[in-house]
Design a protein around this ligand. Structure first.
Ligand SMILES: C[S@@+](CC[C@H](N)C(=O)[O-])C[C@H]1O[C@@H](n2cnc3c(N)ncnc32)[C@H](O)[C@@H]1O
Length: 430
């Protein structure tokens, strides 16, 4: 594939995300399929890189482009941002970055803008723009304004480290399926194929791959020896700790990462995997099948149990609630630009409704684990605080020394222990 075609495709994809609100989850499969194996990693790195560094790239663009381009030429602005990204953050030679970015104008059906793109990139080099940093801390943070403000309020002392972690590349974690393979046997199989990995120093059956591999080509993929799952998400099953014969509800289960882990920890539970999204539930079925587990899979609204619950109470409930996903931005940088500050109050309300609806299904003495991949206190600590205040039969079961009713739960921030941002609070019904 020509280098300019790759760049044109990246510019089009940026346009679809940033101007049309499509997610990379929707767009990436077709984009990857169009390009050869050897180009895919580069393509992803450039695309994710621009989304990570967008505010500073736009800041430079504002200095070098006199006025914004017309809407039918907007894709060329995204092409220029890609050119800036290559010049400032990648190892692509300056000559290739300029020539091939300019070349992409033809493919984007804007040959008349070649001169403008060329001038912007050459001025970028001449004026050493990459050394020009704005005074505005929000632009330097790489975060959108609304999120910067919220994080500034929530984590004033940690904001620099936090934004840096949110803009860095996430490692690929694997969870070894101990129901299928012994972790040391799996490691041996990886060693034999020269796959590089490290084992984080704690008790989970987890590995971190040292670079990007095609997971379907790793040993034991078809046999269900492992699943990709971040270290923070791997805490859920252990914290809920299902016991033999327990009836367990995974209330927001798709795509089933935590459902499978629960079954790996304790095979003889009666597990009900619920989700309101029928398409995503197919992934639960596929994951259960590949990893060799069994659960009852139901499509239903967790906030409305009357439509699917048989009335039998649960010993344990996992509520991995729909959330802002602000904890996994390093993995999905498009979230920064697709989410808006106005999305947060309705999400908090949905979480509140689901929590209140699943609580009556828990047996007295039973355990509920509330989880989100968010780092916003409204969805986490404040949500649980309110729940505790409104439910006198709910008792906090602390996950660490600072976990108290005033400051409930365990907030993991992105990058801590190489994990994604995640939140857990464990509640017992008295
Ligand atoms: C964070 S994801 C769950 C991830 C999953 N637990 C795992 O580990 O693979 C949240 C899920 O909640 C589901 N969801 C959203 N609203 C729901 C509702 N009212 N009832 C049930 N599921 C819902 C979404 O479809 C989504 O699959």
């Amino acid at each position: 594939m020509k280098a300019s075609t790759l760049r044109a495709d990246i510019a089009r994809t940026l346009f679809q995300v940033l101007e049309q609100g499509h997610s990379l989850r929707e767009l990436m499969p077709a984009l990857q399929a169009k390009h050869k194996e050897q180009d895919r990693a580069w393509l992803q790195e450039m695309l994710y890189g621009v989304l990570r560094q967008l505010p500073i790239l736009q800041y430079w663009l504002r200095q070098l482009l006199n006025k914004p381009l017309k809407s039918n030429q907007k894709v060329i602005e995204h092409l220029i941002l890609l050119g800036f990204y290559q010049l400032a953050f990648s190892r692509v030679s300056q000559h290739a970055a300029v020539a091939e970015t300019v070349g992409a104008c033809q493919e984007l059906k804007c040959p008349g803008l070649k001169g403008l793109v060329n001038a912007c990139l050459r001025n970028f080099i001449r004026q050493e723009m990459q050394d020009k940093q704005p005074d505005d801390a929000q632009i330097r943070s790489g975060l959108p304004k609304w999120l910067f403000k919220k994080l500034q309020q929530a984590y004033p002392d940690k904001l620099d480290d936090l934004s840096q972690a949110m803009n860095s590349k996430a490692p690929i974690w694997l969870r070894v399926n101990q129901a299928r393979v012994n972790p040391s046997e799996f490691c041996q199989a990886l060693d034999e194929q020269g796959i590089q990995y490290r084992v984080p120093d704690d008790k989970q059956p987890a590995l971190i791959l040292s670079k990007g591999y095609d997971l379907t080509q790793l040993p034991g993929y078809q046999q269900g020896w492992f699943a990709a799952q971040d270290g923070a998400a791997q805490q859920a099953a252990t914290l809920l700790a299902p016991q033999s014969k327990d009836r367990v509800l995974d209330a927001c289960a798709a795509p089933g990462g935590k459902t499978c882990h629960l079954l790996e920890l304790q095979a003889d539970i009666e597990c009900l995997a619920l989700d309101s999204d029928a398409t995503r539930l197919q992934r639960v079925e596929e994951n259960l099948q590949r990893l060799g587990h069994h659960a009852q899979v139901i499509c239903g609204d967790a906030a409305d149990p009357s439509s699917w619950w048989d009335g039998k109470p649960f010993d344990r409930i996992l509520l991995d609630a729909p959330c802002s996903a602000t904890g996994v931005i390093r993995r999905h940088p498009d979230i920064k630009w697709l989410r808006k500050g106005t999305d947060i109050p309705p999400l908090v309300e949905l979480q509140r409704r689901i929590l209140a609806a699943v609580w009556p299904m828990l047996k007295p003495g039973g355990t509920l684990l509330y989880a989100t991949c968010s780092i916003l206190p409204d969805e986490n600590r404040e949500q649980v605080k309110q729940f505790l205040a409104n439910h006198p039969d709910a008792v906090l079961s602390p996950l660490h020394a600072q976990d108290s009713t005033d400051n409930p739960g365990w907030q993991i921030l992105p990058g801590e222990g190489q994990m994604d941002g995640f939140y857990y609070a464990r509640l017992i019904k008295s």
